[in-house]
Design a protein around this ligand. Sequence first.
Ligand code: XMP
Length: 516
Amino acid sequence: MATHNEKIIILDFGSQTTQLIARRVREQKVYSEIHPYTLELDRLREMKPSGIILSGGPASVYDEDAPISDVGIFDLGIPVLGICYGAQLMMQQLGGLVEKAEKREFGKAELLIEQPGGIFAGMDAAPARYQVWMSHGDRVKKAAPGFEITASSAHSPMAALRHQDKPFVAVQFHPEVVHTPIGADILRNFIFDLCGCHPTWTMRSFIESTVEQVRNKVNGGKVICALSGGVDSSVTAALVHRAVGDQLTCIYVNNGLMRTGETESVLRFFRKKSDLHVIDVDAVSFFLDELKGVVDPEEKRKRIGLGFIKIFEEEARKLGDVKYLAQGTLYPDVIESVVFRGKAPIKSHHNVGGLPERMRLDLIEPLRELFKDEVRELGQELGLPEEAVMRQPFPGPGLGIRIMGEVTGERLHIIRQADVIVLEEMKKSGWYHKVWQSFAVLLPIQTVGVMGDSRTYEHVIAIRSVDSRDAMTADWSRLPYDLLGRISNRIINEVRGVNRVVLDISSKPPSTIEWE
Ligand code: XMP
């Protein structure tokens, strides 16, 4: 939504690390955006990028159905950096030759810089050998006319190339990953020296431009925002409020799937400590009814989503004449919905999708371009307190997707108590802020135990804690055994109906963070 004077456009050819390229550029305080490689030349020209980066990707440029971007990109007079597949494509499109390598090169490699300067400026300490990360099965056999080799590795004699007169550079390795320690310097040289950008993209400049745009767009109309108390909706509400003040009404729906004390603390916080106007709706029994007998995860998600829409719609109608809906969509959601890979969504994420069409509302998505950690930074800049900004993410469908099987009042009671214990112990031990998310999951089975002299046959709780940067990938957290022991002991002793606690040690992929 915001416009940025200087930007780097990344064309995505399907690499796992395309998002990382965007992050690395933004870390240099230059705005960057990812688009599918099919982006039309005219649109690209209109965006006036300062530079273009062609990402890596799993295909081979000589495949019949290889993803190929418009060759006209090289006539725009804009600097281009090709990475891995992007480098090979650049070579092929400009008249070079790419072939299958004898050996696939995957992992760390040693880069020998042969021509310092350019993207390697500042890296000329002799001997100029640096570790880089490679992941490719093809290699450049013949450089395109006008290009010279600037670096090589054992298996890639043409590991980096540059055009002698034009601002085109190609690297076979991945500068965006941490296993290429000089990667940030390379990107910096590209962005500032070749593209001539300035490091001006900060959260403060983002707030200024976004506030102005939201104000212009809304132009006196009424805006509603679903406020859950989570980071994204809180920051969205604060930002939109800064733009349009009392034209914004926030609606908090208690769907009965919240954690212990959550509703009270969210409402207390926003009513006492902010100027937001918040309406709250008690829909606890409505949702329990909707979920009666539902076991299938997707069905649960759909019912919760639809139920939410229904309630929200009713409330908005009461307000009358609402024109806009503010929503905390983040950049990964936007990228995940880019469809060129043609895959079905993994989970129907719960947001208020469907609502805008039904109510003919215009969307305001001020966080559309940001990653989660950027949203947190923005929240801090907007003056939201630490506890609101640094909270772990909590999914829209709430505890509904942390209870495997049917959601009932009794099972909600169990999961809530276990959840409180996990959070208390994580906070007490200082681990709460070290991990991305940590929570309890109630399993749909019972197991045998012994308590006192009696046999028990009760529920099982699984502990899930993951480390992640943006939830796209995640690994299970290596929590200390004594912390796990305390959590397990407390849950089994304090939560009636649970006699066993297990630990989830799966990473994403192939698992997901939530169990449903
Ligand atoms: P998964 O389970 O897909 O979760 O690996 C990735 C991240 O998204 C959160 N999550 C959701 N957040 N609505 C949300 O707002 C949802 O429907 C939803 N489902 C999962 C999850 O907690 C994790 O942080």
